[in-house]
Design a protein around this ligand. Structure first.
Ligand SMILES: [Mg+2]
Length: 240
């Protein structure tokens, strides 16, 4: 006996790609570039200040590198125009972004496989709309997704873990919770609300800052990668 399934929705960060590893690489290359451009600081010291700035001002704050220079003091940029040092960091950060922002190989393979099924293949992602949309484009998975099933919290008006976010998505697409599966890495923002709304849930636990957190509820499935997900879709839901 298999469970009926009409739609599968994915989280983006630390689900489709390793946000944590990617961000770390991008920040390191930014700091290295600023030092090459004249910043007088030890690499580990500049990295620590950058990590602290991100923790204190959030990853979506736009003046990270300026704040790092403020913290390191005027002597760290003496004899240089600080705007040039900041620009060196920004350019290196974006260059790394172009190079490194890729889905895991198994994610690519399974999304491609899913695109040959009748399932709705959507995204429900929290964050700044343009940044999340840009990630989907750079990850090169848009062709495997259902265009009308891509939702960003800033646009919907509800953020995770508000259950109204998930209800709104179902309402828009005329889907029912008991025939939908959500795949995400965050136990409290992805898994708990969907469980409470009656969705099937798959928690991916591979990397990222939520890997060691526990939620209030248990996911329907735990997966290490998308090959596990494919097996579940085949065995439990009869997806072919
Ligand atoms: Mg996530």
């Amino acid at each position: 006996m298999t469970r009926p399934l009409d739609a599968i929705f994915f989280d983006i960060d630390d689900t489709l790609f390793s946000t944590t590893v990617f961000a770390d690489k991008a920040r390191r290359s930014a700091v290295d570039a600023m030092i090459r451009a004249g910043l007088r600081a030890e690499r580990h010291e500049a990295m620590r200040e950058l990590d602290d700035v991100i923790a204190e001002f959030s990853s979506n704050y736009s003046g990270h590198f300026d704040k790092v220079l403020d913290r390191l003091g005027p002597e760290s940029t003496e004899g240089h125009n600080r705007a040039v040092i900041v620009a060196a960091g920004v350019v290196a950060y974006h260059a790394t972004k172009w190079r490194e922002l890729k889905v895991y190989d198994d994610v690519y393979e399974v999304l491609k496989w899913l695109s040959h099924t009748n399932l709705v293949r959507g995204v429900i992602s929290a964050g700044i709309t343009i940044k999340q949309a840009e990630k989907l484009v750079r990850l090169e998975v848009l062709e495997f997704l259902t265009p009308s099933a891509i939702f960003f919290t800033d646009q919907v008006g509800f953020s995770k873990p508000n259950p109204k976010l998930y209800r709104r998505v179902l309402h828009r697409l005329k889907l029912s919770a008991d025939r939908c599966l959500y795949v995400g890495d965050n136990p409290t923002h992805d898994i708990d609300p969907c469980n409470r709304e009656g969705w099937a849930t798959a928690r991916i636990r591979r990397s990222g800052r939520h890997a060691h957190e526990e939620g209030a509820t248990t996911p329907s499935y735990e997966i290490r990668d998308f090959l596990d997900l494919r097996r579940i879709l085949q065995d439990e839901f009869g997806v072919r």
